[in-house]
Design a binder for this molecule. Structure first.
Ligand code: C2E
Ligand code: MG
Ligand code: MG
Length: 615
């Protein structure tokens, strides 16, 4: 074996290498290297040259093996080699380096700058908020000269100015103006960095959703949009002071915040949430009005690096949504509900495409309505059907509640209106005069021009306004209480009938009902299954019918599936029925056949025949 000295590197070398790697990382993260020249930096170098009366000045960044100039005055290229450059010495020492004459300084007399004719150099360090030195703000001259202490301070000021500019540029688009907190772009970057720094470690993501979207819309309609600013500002300072630096804090939505908790630092998520809940209980005062904050929390523990950053945000949002929907304060992420959220996402994305393609995947089916007094079919409820090429038939009970949370409610309702009106016009031309009731989304009540577009659709179709009825669910009317009465009055003034759908499920007060200019109430189908057997349901339905009649409404019962229920409703004086007992919702040709049959023989006599054959 060869003998000789085995050289063990000094541990301080390792430290220096690691430090330099971290510094280079900080420089890379600023994403400034090799970017185009920019006036905001050029202004500073021009000012430096003028101030110091030097022909050359530069903002020089120390990369692994080069000095790269973000801005420069008086030099040709944008980079020089790092080895032996005075700027590299500024970066290494983190201090101002001033060399009156390079040729007289043994460290630099042979360097590239000296060889290119430079004699004087002064550079101040460009230091980040985290203490990394990125390079130097420097001034150079082809003649030797001295520098005063005042000039040194001026150079340091310029360096600070450059750093403020660099950090400002980095923060633009990464900070939420309403709270001053880093936003979701910054979060994505921080999570990516975390993958490098702490792979395999566990962290807990927490989402604080300050307000239910619906509740917030209502509050904004009363208190104005400054309410959101007030809410966000007040909550940010409460959260910040409660956390006291125990977790990373981001604003990821208009009224939602993300916390990144490292439990190995001794902060359990349950303690953090416990103290936040206490602090956020106090109402936020907006324009002198105290408004209660109803925060919902989502919690999602995750292993760093095992799923992409956007998944961390998605899972915690899914948990917060679970909490909101279940009306509980917090929910821990569950893969099952995540599956449901994914499905929601797929449905929403595809229905958006279906709308953009002009609705060719949509069609309407018509469920007959029968007048119990005359036994005649008075018309039909138009019900939307959506058949997607791969998802198949998606029931409206699945996609309508999703659509109602988005701006898609508008084009979808427009499509339904236009097609139902078109169909009514076709039937009228074919000698089939009938009525259609059309379901309108809660969200349509918020559209300023809803009534105008309804009027225009009616004018285009030449269908009489009296041939249609618009159905609004009881819960939609309650949710939009402030606008509903005015909107319904405008619709009524066009001569269009109005129905309160799913009546009996929305807990509206009779005094509120009285104010609504509706013409019809549709008893919800949930009352029907037990109606033949349950005395209680019978009493309830009988009194709802009589109360609605007293208020001047026509009463329609939905979901009638049996002869017993049909007969009971008829005896109670209910005006119309709709349900599988009469007919399922029908495609156009089948509904036409139903109508033609009904002209020859009314439904009551059909039913008598049915009952006879059953006994
Ligand atoms: P809805 O307006 O209360 O419509 C009645 C629902 O009850 C329809 O379900 C209908 O098929 C179903 N139904 C009718 N008779 C019976 C019966 O005897 N038994 C039972 N169990 N169900 C019966 P569908 O078509 O699945 O629609 C569900 C809901 O989706 C509708 O409830 C309505 O709120 C909404 N929807 C449907 N089409 C539209 C539309 O064009 N626009 C809007 N905004 N909503 C729609
Ligand atoms: Mg309906
Ligand atoms: Mg209904």
């Amino acid at each position: 074996m060869a003998s000789g000295k085995f050289l063990v590197p000094d541990p301080s070398d390792y430290e220096a290498i690691a430090r330099e790697e971290r510094r280079l990382q900080a420089l890379r993260e600023l994403e400034i290297l090799d970017t185009p020249e920019s006036e905001s930096f050029d202004r500073i170098t021009r000012m430096a040259s003028r101030l110091f009366r030097t022909p050359i000045s530069a903002i020089s960044l120390t990369d692994r093996d080069r000095q790269w100039f973000k801005s420069h005055v008086g030099t040709q290229g944008r980079e020089i080699i790092r080895g032996g450059a005075p700027c590299a010495e500024v970066t290494r020492s983190g201090e101002v380096v001033a060399i009156p004459d390079l040729l007289q300084d043994s460290r630099f007399s042979q360097c590239y700058l000296a060889e290119s004719g430079i004699r004087f150099y002064a550079g101040a360090p460009l230091t980040t908020r985290d203490g990394y030195v990125l390079g130097a703000m420097c001034v150079l001259d082809t003649e030797a000269r001295s520098i005063t202490t005042e000039e040194v301070s001026a150079l340091q000021d310029l360096a600070a100015f450059v750093m403020a500019q660099i950090e400002l540029q980095r923060d633009v688009g990464r900070v939420e103006p309403s709270s001053g907190l880093p936003n979701r772009y910054q979060l994505a970057e921080d999570l990516t960095n975390l993958e490098r720094k702490a792979p395999g470690e566990w962290r807990v993501a927490v989402l604080i959703d300050l307000a239910d979207l619906r509740q917030m819309n209502e509050t904004v309609s009363v208190l104005g949009s400054t309410y959101i600013d007030t809410l966000v500002k007040a909550s940010t300072s409460t959260i910040q002071s409660t956390l006291g630096g125990k977790a990373g804090l981001y604003q990821v939505g208009i009224t939602s915040f993300f916390l990144l908790i490292n439990e190995s630092d001794g902060n359990s998520w349950s303690d953090v949430i416990g103290s936040l809940r206490k602090q956020l209980l106090a109402p936020i005062v907006c324009d002198g009005v105290p408004v209660a904050v109803e925060a919902a929390y989502g919690i999602s523990p995750f292993c760093v690096g095992s799923s992409p950053p956007h998944d961390v945000l998605r899972t915690v949002l899914s948990a917060a949504r679970d909490a909101r929907e279940a009306d509980i304060e917090y929910a821990v992420y569950s893969p099952d509900s995540d599956e449901a959220n994914r499905r929601r996402f797929t449905v929403l994305t595809n229905i958006r495409k279906a709308v953009e393609q002009g609705g060719r995947e949509f069609n309407l089916v018509y469920q007959p309505r029968i007048d119990l007094h005359s036994g005649v079919c008075t018309g039909a409820e138009a019900l939307l059907r959506w058949t997607h090429p791969t998802l198949g038939s998606v029931p409206p009970g699945e996609f309508i509640p999703l659509v109602e949370q988005t701006a898609l409610a508008r084009p979808i309702t427009q499509w339904v209106l236009a097609n139902a009106l078109g169909q009514l016009a076709t039937w009228r031309r074919a000698g089939l005069d009938t009525h259609a009731s059309i379901n309108i989304s809660a969200r349509n009540l918020e559209e300023e021009d809803f009534v105008l577009s309804l009027q225009q659709a009616l004018q285009r179709s030449t269908v009489s306004p009296a041939a249609i009825e618009l159905e609004f669910t009881e819960s939609a009317l309650i949710r939009h209480r402030s606008r509903a009465v005015e909107r319904l009055e405008q619709i009524r003034s066009l001569g269009v009938a109005l129905a309160i759908d799913d009546f009996g499920t929305g807990y509206s007060s009779f005094s509120y009902l009285q104010k609504l200019p509706a013409t019809t109430v549709k008893l919800d189908r949930s009352f029907m299954p037990e109606l033949a057997k349950s005395q209680k349901d019978q009493t309830l339905v009988r009194s709802m019918i009589s109360m609605a009649h007293d208020l001047g409404y026509r009463v329609v019962a939905e979901g009638v599936e049996t002869a017993e229920v049909y007969t009971f409703l008829k005896e109670c004086g209910c005006d119309e029925v709709q349900g599988y007992f009469i007919s399922r919702p029908l495609p156009v040709p089948a509904f036409e056949a139903f109508l033609r049959q009904g002209r020859d023989r009314d439904v009551s006599s059909m039913l008598t025949l049915l009952q006879k054959s059953a006994s």
